[in-house]
Design a protein around this ligand. Sequence first.
Ligand code: ZN
Length: 205
Amino acid sequence: MSQTLLLSHMYPNTPESLALANDEPWDDDMYDRAQAHLEAFYVEVFLELANYGEIEDQIWHLDLVVVDNLCDHMIGNVYVKYYHEEDAERALMKLTGRFYSGKLIQAEYTTVSDFREARCRAFHETRCNRGAYCNFMHIKHIPRAIKRRVVREMYDDHPEYLGQTEKDRDRDRGERGEAPPARQTSEERRAMIASWNAEKETWLE
Ligand SMILES: [Zn+2]
């Protein structure tokens, strides 16, 4: 078991996104089309996956990732990390046999548990010389406003995720022999979302 699922090749890359990943010539229009397609996918898939459980690691905004790599085993890969292993298990059961965009969803557990560790440092700091055929994760960029929006919607749809006490969480972690994570309390997360809501006006401009 694991908290993280790999959904192999789930993101249907568009000609624009392939050109961008391949470092072919592109212009702003292509970039905007690729980004709009990615963001629509992200919102839809995040909210669907959040129905199976609370998606983890919102502080780092690395909770659902879509990779930009084009090698055969990585193209279109999507990773989702849940806070609870049971939720990852439920998601795996529910996703098995389902289709997305006309393709069978291939969901499985993955040992990748820390996207920050698994990503390509060169790509995320400057530029990766291996390009789209690098074997480390090149994570597609999702703007913060989109990430905040889906997290807010997740808690609006599932207020029960905020209801769990920190004690429950520590106990869950303790049983697996892991150190309790440094994580915001439910109150802090509520406050965080309230402050985002206050800022909402600004993003819409
Ligand atoms: Zn790389």
